[in-house]
Design a binder for this molecule. Structure first.
Ligand SMILES: Cc1cc2nc3c(=O)[nH]c(=O)nc-3n(C[C@H](O)[C@H](O)[C@H](O)COP(=O)(O)OP(=O)(O)OC[C@H]3O[C@@H](n4cnc5c(N)ncnc54)[C@H](O)[C@@H]3O)c2cc1C
Ligand SMILES: *[C@@H]1O[C@H](CO)[C@@H](O)[C@H](O)[C@H]1NC(C)=O
Ligand SMILES: *[C@@H]1O[C@H](CO)[C@@H](O)[C@H](O)[C@H]1NC(C)=O
Ligand SMILES: *[C@@H]1O[C@H](CO)[C@@H](O)[C@H](O)[C@H]1NC(C)=O
Ligand SMILES: *[C@@H]1O[C@H](CO)[C@@H](O)[C@H](O)[C@H]1NC(C)=O
Ligand SMILES: *[C@@H]1O[C@H](CO)[C@@H](O)[C@H](O)[C@H]1NC(C)=O
Ligand SMILES: *[C@@H]1O[C@H](CO)[C@@H](O)[C@H](O)[C@H]1NC(C)=O
Ligand SMILES: *[C@@H]1O[C@H](CO)[C@@H](O)[C@H](O)[C@H]1NC(C)=O
Length: 538
């Protein structure tokens, strides 16, 4: 146990027999032994300022609440299987001093922590590992304090972005925050990994609007922006929190939003000139007025008009921070191929646009943003890419053939430009700024249980990813940390060589600085996981 134990492969199906062995090994070595468990709990009790609450925040395997607590923030059904490796215990702090104690005691007992806030990690790295581990689950630490006079808010890591939007909206109809589109995404992972949403062309990423933070470091100390220093404060704004400590909270600057915003959705199949629309989109969407964000979804579908033949559908979903008639006029000039008309657009409040993006029915109350929708998820796999040169029309036509042939995975194009291009690539660890036209999310979602379905769909998305190679960024082929993908590299032994493989893809030229910060703040590499920032070789 501890530093020297090798990390076997994570839970991909072909590794199943090995995983079971590892799991048995885990159970035999930790916490079926009452004495390990008791020592840990005793340590927590000694270290926290609230000793009498410890029994209420610790869930051992034999606790009937262990499984519901574990499942509550599993957001990918791939990691909800009987063979998914399980934590030896779950600790659910209700007080910051519980977090401090958990760090000190895990270190003392030579056991790794996995830190979970909203649980949306696409590879489950906040709650799955093949080494013995404890989940530090922050869902109870989710207070949000909005200061509307100062236009700021303190947001605890366990809050969701939907709760952030809701609490801002309660106090002001003309403020918002640029963060993820899905309301159940957690602040702890989302902000520490960058965080983008449909206002990124106007206001940048979530981390571009973070002004302070509170973190528990490897020595169990609580640090803020001043006491943690410039380097660590830089690292936890895009470098991923879990390599550096436990983020307790971020302080954010609210951003202005108009009282009325405009949304629209337009769809075209290949028979309706989708190729022309997508081709033009590549130069319009990243260069147009930064009040306009036009996401493009590419999906294989069965054509209604073409008698059940397969085709590709391009869907544009857009948010315009302004009036409907203005965006119609704008796109009439800049994007005639789209043919946007007045009847295609809809004006609404910013908070209603949050619901619209999540396909809630017109008239749904914003209260749904407080719904944590526990214990249900589809099977997911996501991958990412960056496009820096427009894909030519013949390239798109070949891509459509491939999309139809492969069958299920889709692509989501998220345009950059605007504010994103004006922020230097070294300002935060997130390096994908000027020069990137758009980010691609490769996406597959399925509902069938079982290993065979999983194998089939993982192969499909990997084939599409492989096909995209000539069309996307190279040396490195860049990736977005929050679209976690263990195919691009994984750490088995926590060394620099292993960390560099995925590290340069997520962080390009910022990787070296992240390694330096990591080495300075956590030289023994306690805060490590399967894709953490490594320390420099000693
Ligand atoms: C349905 C869905 C929609 C999404 N939409 C978007 C989107 O619109 N925009 C976007 O940018 N991303 C999006 N994502 C990706 C999302 O931003 C990342 O998965 C993000 O890391 C999730 O944060 P979390 O707290 O929910 O995840 P978790 O799984 O809890 O954590 C993710 C990572 O952060 C670490 N971490 C979590 N909390 C802390 C903490 N307090 N301190 C230190 N480390 C911590 C974890 O250990 C893990 O490594 C989406 C994901 C899903 C599943
Ligand atoms: C549950 O397991 C822990 C650790 O093994 C042990 O200390 C505790 O007594 C057990 N509780 C019950 C109710 O069996
Ligand atoms: C807890 O504190 C007591 C009293 O100071 C000490 O005897 C004991 O060793 C400590 N236990 C742990 C696990 O830290
Ligand atoms: C955490 O515990 C300390 C010590 O008991 C207490 O002063 C503080 O108010 C608690 N914080 C919260 C948020 O409950
Ligand atoms: C597709 O393009 C052709 C040629 O420019 C045009 O005549 C036709 O109306 C377009 N179809 C749609 C659905 O826009
Ligand atoms: C949504 O509801 C509002 C108010 O009830 C109404 O004015 C608007 O037309 C509706 N929009 C759609 C697309 O149904
Ligand atoms: C996990 O699986 C159980 C059935 O075993 C199911 O009830 C639950 O909804 C699933 N949760 C998630 C997050 O997939
Ligand atoms: C760690 O793993 C890498 C490759 O996965 C290997 O090259 C290296 O020798 C290993 N280092 C140690 C110290 O085990």
């Amino acid at each position: 146990m501890g530093k020297s134990s090798p990390l076997p492969h994570l839970s991909v199906p072909p590794m199943l027999p090995l995983l079971c062995l590892v799991l048995l090994h885990v159970s035999a070595s930790w916490a079926t032994s009452d004495s390990d468990f008791d020592t840990f709990v005793q340590c927590l009790t000694n270290q926290t300022k609230q000793p009498d609450t410890v029994s209420k925040i610790v869930y051992a395997l034999n606790n009937t609440a262990y499984t519901p607590v574990l499942r509550a923030y599993i957001r990918n059904a791939r990691f909800n299987a009987s063979y998914t490796p399980k934590p030896v215990m779950i600790v659910t702090p209700t007080n910051e001093s519980h977090v401090q104690a958990a760090v000190i005691c895990a270190k003392q007992n030579g056991i790794q922590l996995r830190i979970r806030s909203g649980g949306h990690d696409y590879e489950g790295l906040s709650y799955v590992s093949d080494v013995p581990f404890i989940i530090l689950d922050l869902f109870n630490l989710r207070s949000i304090t909005v200061d509307i006079a100062e236009k700021t808010a303190w947001v605890q890591a366990g809050a969701t972005v939907g709760e952030v939007y809701y609490r801002i909206w309660e106090q002001s109809k003309v403020h918002g925050f640029p963060a993820g589109i899905c309301p159940t995404v957690g602040v702890g992972g989302h902000f520490s990994g960058g965080g983008y949403g449909n206002m990124l062309r106007k206001y940048g990423l979530s981390v571009d609007n973070v002004v302070d933070a509170k973190i528990v470091d490897v020595n169990g100390r609580i640090l803020d922006k001043i006491s943690m220093g410039e380097d660590l404060f830089w690292a936890i704004r895009g470098g991923g929190g879990a390599s550096f400590g436990v983020i307790l909270a971020y302080k954010i600057n609210l951003v202005p939003v108009p009282e009325i915003v405009t949304v629209f959705q337009v769809q075209r199949t290949l028979e309706e000139n989708a190729t022309d629309v997508v081709y033009q989109w590549q130069t319009v969407a990243p260069n147009t007025d930064e009040n306009l964000f036009m996401r493009m979804l590419i999906q294989p579908v069965t054509s209604e008009v073409m008698k059940g033949q397969k085709t590709v559908r391009a869907t544009i979903m857009a948010l315009f921070l302004g009036k409907g008639e203005d965006v119609v006029t704008l796109l009439g000039k800049e994007f005639p191929e789209l043919g946007l008309k007045k009847e295609n657009v809809e004006e609404m409040s910013w908070i209603d646009s949050v619901l619209w993006w999540n396909h809630y029915d017109n008239g749904t109350s914003p209260d749904v943003l407080l719904d944590r929708n526990l214990d249900s998820a589809d099977f997911l796999k996501r991958k990412s890419d960056y496009v820096q040169t427009p894909i030519p029309k013949d390239g798109l036509e070949l891509l459509w053939k491939k999309v139809i042939e492969i069958g299920k995975p889709g692509l989501v194009f998220n345009p950059y430009g605007g504010k994103m291009s004006r922020i230097p690539a070294t300002d935060t660890p997130f390096p994908h700024r000027a020069g990137n036209l758009f980010k691609v999310q490769h996406s597959i979602t399925w509902e069938e249980e079982g290993i065979e379905a999983q194998k089939k769909y993982l192969t499909q998305i990997r084939n599409l990813f492989s096909y995209m190679t000539p069309l996307v960024s190279k040396n490195p082929r860049s990736a977005y940390l929050n679209y976690r993908d263990i195919d691009i590299g994984i750490s088995h032994n926590g060394t620099y060589e292993e960390g560099k493989v995925y590290g340069v893809k997520y962080f390009n030229g910022n990787f070296d600085r992240l390694v330096k910060v990591k080495t300075a703040v956590d030289p023994e590499n306690f805060f490590r996981y399967e894709q953490s920032i490594p320390t420099l070789p000693k």
